[in-house]
Design a protein around this ligand. Structure first.
Ligand code: NI
Length: 255
């Protein structure tokens, strides 16, 4: 069993955890998990993230509006969400970004809300947690414009895009996708990222690593992704988990 697992991206407010949330979250420290950042996707889940961070010492929260959760009401929600950043366990603006795989939300609205949150992160001097699905060009354009500190989570871009992201000083978040059968790009990126810029994450309940693909994900399963990443980097898994945890504490300013 591994120790010092820092899950930098979780959604424990998801209804898939409704049945056994308290039991599961209380059990994480005994499974080697030392820290979790729960990412809000709208006002309601941002409030949940804050609530978890108050209940569990090892939890921290990110709050923001996810591109898939954007509605016309998001502008009003953002005003309320702004008030949450002063909470002592709120460490990032997230989850924010662009989702072009699903087109439920018009691109111009996504871009506007993303820009507003990037500007806010810079104003508050907080890192961002960025979602970029099939939107690499627009994401990179805005990251280059605002130059926030932060992480591009569940990184799915090419090696070239990874290099650009790193050049901006940002971190690369990797999780279950590195274990998938078609994981060519994520593994190239996993091999390339400097040891001090890599973060580990689950995106749970989604993105379960093989051999749990399709089932509910949770933080301790990071071990499977870490083993795969360590394998392509020819390094020790625990050492990789340790550096990733150290990176997360540096970026999110957690002691
Ligand atoms: Ni997410």
């Amino acid at each position: 069993m591994y120790s010092n697992i820092f899950d930098t991206h979780a959604h424990y407010d998801d209804e898939k955890f409704d049945e056994d949330r308290t039991e599961l979250l209380s059990s994480l420290p005994s499974k080697g998990v030392v820290n979790v950042i729960n990412c809000g996707c709208d006002l309601a889940s941002s409030l949940k993230s804050i609530e978890f961070s108050e209940k569990y010492g090892f939890f921290y929260s990110a709050v923001g509006v996810h591109p898939s959760n954007i509605t016309e009401a998001s502008y009003t929600e953002l005003e309320r969400i702004k008030e949450l950043y002063s909470h002592k366990k709120c460490v990032a603006v997230g989850e924010i970004g662009l989702e072009y795989h699903y087109d439920f939300v018009p691109k111009d609205l996504q871009l506007d809300i993303f820009e507003k949150q990037l500007a806010l992160a810079n104003e508050l001097d907080l890192p961002v947690i960025v979602h970029d699905r099939e939107a690499h060009e627009d994401t990179m354009r805005l990251l280059k414009k605002y130059k926030p500190k932060g992480v591009v989570h569940c990184f799915s871009g090419s090696l070239e895009t990874a290099k650009e992201t790193l050049k901006l000083g940002m971190y690369i978040g990797l999780g279950g996708a590195v274990t998938f059968k078609n994981a060519k790009k994520p593994l190239e990126v996993a091999e390339y990222v400097p040891e001090d810029r890599l973060l580990l994450e689950t995106d749970c309940p989604y993105m379960s690593p093989v051999p749990f693909r399709g089932r509910r994900n949770s933080s301790e399963l990071i071990a499977y992704s870490a083993e795969k990443i360590a394998e392509v980097r020819h390094t020790d898994t625990q050492q990789l988990i340790n550096s990733a945890a150290e990176n997360a504490r540096r970026l999110f300013e957690i002691e």
